[in-house]
Ligand binder design. Structure first.
Ligand code: FES
Length: 106
């Protein structure tokens, strides 16, 4: 994983299969990168309900579920979609360039 100007390499697109979840560090913060229906999404790897990682949560209907209490977050917007989560989770931009996937702060 290399880091230049806030951009972090996640890996080769070909090595990040559908449904994969990858943790990277952006500006010292943990970010989870999810491949869902072919698209890449990146969110702060931290539930806004309590301090708990989203990495490894079930992904369905465009949402990732926090395994701790079942809060759900929209992958595309970061908005909370199920209680007890209320506040949105921070989003990052994903960039696909020459077969590589990167994450950048928005
Ligand atoms: S810590 Fe995620 S829903 Fe409670």
């Amino acid at each position: 994983m290399s880091e230049t100007h806030g951009r972090v390499r996640v890996g080769l697109e070909a090595e990040l299969p559908e449904g994969s979840q990858t943790e990277v560090s952006v500006d010292g913060l943990s970010v989870v990168v999810v491949r869902y229906e072919g698209q890449f999404y990146a969110l702060r790897n931290n539930c806004t309900h309590k301090d708990f990682p989203l990495l490894g949560g079930e992904v369905s209907a465009g949402r990732i579920t926090c395994v701790k209490h079942g809060g759900k977050f929209d992958l595309a917007t970061g908005k909370a979609r199920a209680l007890p989560a209320v506040k949105p989770v921070k989003l990052y931009r994903t960039v696909l360039e020459t077969g590589e996937v990167y994450v950048e702060p928005l």
